[in-house]
Design a protein around this ligand. Structure first.
Ligand code: NDP
Length: 281
């Protein structure tokens, strides 16, 4: 598996498996299938409420721990350093892991400076091999960097053909922050899977639209974590690193950028309130 090198010096697979919106009952099966297909990066979150199922699948797989790259995320409701450390312990226990490869602040809301100080401690203790953030806009990311010791290794943000994040990716690269795409298919919104441009490029390569999207992202150096509960799609989504899009194809896909979220704006005050007050049990 091709990797990117994080600012910690550690390698991170450029392609992994996401488990958002897979309920606890289905997650063990899905992660078992994904590991069998060859995925080694698994992306979950406390807020997905399926960490225990991910942990069961990891344990049953027998894959050596050092071959896996496991990410989970800290929810907004755990502000302050002590709560953050407790939340980490709870996630690690559910996952059955001594350490995480990547621990992310899930949302740029609430007391995330205190969360970050605790995460820096977890990193120094070796329990979080890398620490990072998710959904951070540029101003909050830079402010976090300026006022803290450790620069986030990763910022996981919505990135797909309709929200390409090209300028932000370049800025993050200058800062030493790896971009990771969530929602690489925009969950199929805006008719992504039947988009005429993506379909035409896919036909030129004898590939599927999903494969072209994942190739386009990884070719740009974006880490991807597509989600599927179907084993045949897991295989399809993993099989994207042995062909290359040419300049013309990259340019045609670049022209699809709408520059707006297909989901919601993390800076919308109503959304800030809704996500900020969400409790995950
Ligand atoms: P994706 O863009 O990965 O889309 C998933 C959807 O696409 C599912 O409906 C899936 O259906 C379908 N699909 C998958 N593969 C194919 C294929 N080859 N052909 C056709 N359809 C396909 O959405 P996600 O929101 O799940 O994003 C991926 C991951 O990113 C998440 O699982 C999560 O780990 C992370 N994430 C993080 C967020 C954050 O705030 N940090 C927010 C959202 C996601 P099916 O399962 O039936 O195959």
């Amino acid at each position: 598996m091709q990797t990117v090198t994080l600012n910690t010096g550690a390698p991170m697979p450029i392609l992994g498996f996401g488990v958002f919106q897979i309920d606890d009952a289905a997650t063990e099966r899905a992660v078992t299938d994904a590991l069998a297909a060859g995925y080694r990066l698994i992306d979950t979150a406390a807020a997905y409420r399926n960490e225990a199922a991910v942990g069961r699948a990891i344990a049953a797989s027998g894959i050596p721990r050092e071959e896996l790259f496991i990410t989970t995320k800290l929810w907004v409701q755990d502000p302050g350093e002590d709560n953050t450390l407790r939340a980490f312990d709870a996630s690690a226990e559910l996952l059955g892991l001594e350490y995480l490869d990547l621990y992310l602040i899930h949302q740029p809301f609430g007391d995330y400076y205190a969360q970050w100080r605790a995460m820096q401690q977890l990193h120094h203790e070796g329990r979080a091999r890398a620490i990072g953030v998710s959904n951070f806009p540029a101003d909050r990311l830079v402010d976090l960097i300026v006022h803290n010791e450790i620069t986030p290794a990763v910022n996981q943000i919505e990135t797909h053909p309709f929200l390409q994040q090209t300028a932000y990716q370049a800025r993050m690269a200058d800062l030493g922050v790896q971009i990771q795409s969530w929602g690489p298919f925009a969950e199929g919104r805006n008719n992504l899977f039947t988009d005429p441009t993506l379909t035409a490029v896919a036909e030129q390569h004898g590939r599927t639209v999903a494969q072209v999207v994942l190739r386009w992202l990884t070719q740009r150096g974006v880490v991807v974590i597509p989600k599927s509960v179907r084993p045949e799609r897991m295989v399809e989504n993993l099989d994207v690193l042995d062909f290359a899009l040419n300049e013309d194809q990259m340019a045609r896909i670049a022209a699809l950028d709408l520059g707006v979220s297909q989901f919601f704006d993390h800076r919308d005050p109503d959304m800030v309130r809704a996500l900020g007050s969400r409790r995950i049990g």
